[in-house]
Structures are given as structure tokens and as C-alpha cells.
Write a protein that binds this ligand. Sequence first.
Ligand SMILES: *Cc1c(COP(=O)(O)O)cnc(C)c1O
Length: 359
Amino acid sequence: MKYSISVTKTTSPKEKPADESKLGFGKLFTDHMFLMDYTQEKGWHDARIVPFGPIPLHPASTVFHYGVEIFEGMKAYRKANGDISLFRPMENIKRLNNSAERLCLPELDEEGCLDILMTLVELEKDWVPHSEGTSLYLRPFMYGNDPHLGVHAVKNATFAVICSPVGAYYAEGINPVKIAIESQDVRAVRGGTGYAKCGGNYAASLRAGEKAEKNGYTQVLWLDGVERKYIEEVGAMNVMFKIDGKIVTPELTGSVLPGITRKSCVELLRSWGYTVEERLISVDELFEAAANGKLEEAWGTGTAAVVSPIGQLFYKGEEYVVCDNKIGELTQKLYDNLTGIQWGKVEDVNGWTVKVCNG
Ligand SMILES: *Cc1c(COP(=O)(O)O)cnc(C)c1O
């Protein structure tokens, strides 16, 4: 079911960025955005593309007080042949609905949501940057906006999509990152909202991230919230290890975000004949493997960076170097294949990319 989308074009389009090497991440936004409202009586209604700008909100809006907000992150790519395409967008839409279910927000029609994304990207297609490694980042999000302070499932919500041209993540080449294992704060617990992509999980993770950065680390490696023993994620990425030839990644226990890059890596690795174990992995097991020279590679996975090699791990006063602090062979192969599929340079045998329009 498609939503009926009205389009109001801006009368003052912005200049497109002249220097694509300075795009960065999430700093610039396109000319338009998508908005759609939900009420209990009317369901989803008033789907509209309007000029990009501020969204007025009632000061009592649920999102301000109780953090009822979920989001997605995905990219539109300009392929080598000029076509503009999305990468596994239905996976993002399904995850958005799973997040909505967890936070008692209204779900969206899947086909209707895909149509919204395609319509907006096609309208903004000239904003999809051209340089290698760049893309148009899409940020769909939904929030509760009941205009009163009672605590209960919302009756009013808004779904929005904004778009931001983003630069090549690895403009200066892929450099392995230094990771600090966090033993005080936790990001999520089983039964909580860890598997939902919600703003609140990020609010809870900021303090550890700031502390790590202050101490010279790029990201935090999160441990499980109950025993502080099992590895969950790295920053806002899923994490994978190559141990003695096999790939190990934390299983989706409920506190781990089910990443689409994670899923794609697991599927690619299995198709290449690797054994991939989705299971609990403790820090002790990881450091034992490191001590025995069996920890061959470690990397994070996520839409923004695709893969991010881990070069150093810091835990309780000790530092471990992974793969000589260089990008591992398999990490590089994953990066080359995934970005190759996204940019249309490697054959998309699984049908992961969805064409939006000609460039
Ligand atoms: C979005 C996100 C990921 C990565 O998911 P992708 O679908 O691969 O982009 C991993 N962990 C957290 C906490 C996230 O929010």
C-alpha cells in the first residue's frame, strides 16, 4: 500500500557542495524532507515532501520528556553506470518496524515506506555526490508527539526522512582504530531496547564514548550489561573477530543491534566458505586468543564505515595489538566486496541493491 505523497518544492534551492572532499558526515542537508503524521483516529496521514526546515513541536511532546524516538541509517549510492540505488532498503524498513513495536510507536506499511524513500531520493537525486566513496545518507526517524505529559503509549507520532550528502569515510585511507573495552557503563541489557535503533540507546552510550576519546581511543567496546563479560558491539557498530581461521561475532541476544552490514558480512563470509559462529564470546576468550596468537583480525561493521578494522584493544590497564595494527586481509576483502556491490563494481549476485532512478 502506497501512501499518497504531496510534494511542495522549495522556491530557494541551495547550492550543491562544490568540494565533495569536504562533505564530512551529516553536516549538510538537501532541499527537501519527508513528513507524515499519525493519530489513533486517522492512522498515518498527510504524507508530504516539503522544503527542508525546522519542525515545530509542542513543549509537552512525548519525544522531549520520555525519549520515544527511533531512527534508521542508510545510503543512496551513485553507481559506476550513473544509476542511483539503495542497499537492502527492506532490511532497514523491517528493522524500523521492529524498533517501532518495541517503543509502542505505530508501524509503517513496508511497501509504502520503500515508496517514500524512493520518491524522496529521486527528487533529491542531484544531491547524491559523484566522487568515489561518497553517498547520500538517509535518516528516517519517528517520534511520539502527544501534547501532554502522561506516561503511556503515544497516540500521536510523526515519521520523517532527511537526507545528507556524506563524504568518503576513509578519505585518508583505512586506518585501524584503537578501542577501549568499557567495564563501567553499559549500552543496553537483554529485555531493554538494545535491539531497537532508538535515540535512548545513544544517550546512554555518550559518557563512555567521551571518556574513551579523552583517553585517546576512537571507540568503546561494549560488554553485556549483566555479567560484564561477553562482547556485544563496538561503538555504534557490530563487531567480528577472525580467530584461528573462523569468524566469531556476538549473537543477537536482544541487547545487540541487528546490523544490516553485519548480516551482509555473515552472508558473504559463508558464501566464501568461512565458518561463521554467532555466539557469546567473552573478553577472556578474546584475550586468550590474542595471547596465543590466534586473534588474526578484528573489525566493526556498520553502514557509515562499512567495515572498520580494530588495531588495538585496551582493557584493565593492558593493551593488545591486533593484526600488527594493520587492516587484515579478510577485513579488506569484505570492504572491497561490499562497497563494490554498492557502487556497482562487483556483480550483485544476491540482488541487494535496488535501483531508484537513472542518475
Ligand atoms: C545502526 C547500528 C549498527 C549498524 O547497523 P547497520 O545496519 O549495519 O548500519 C550497529 N550498532 C548500533 C548500536 C547501531 O545503532
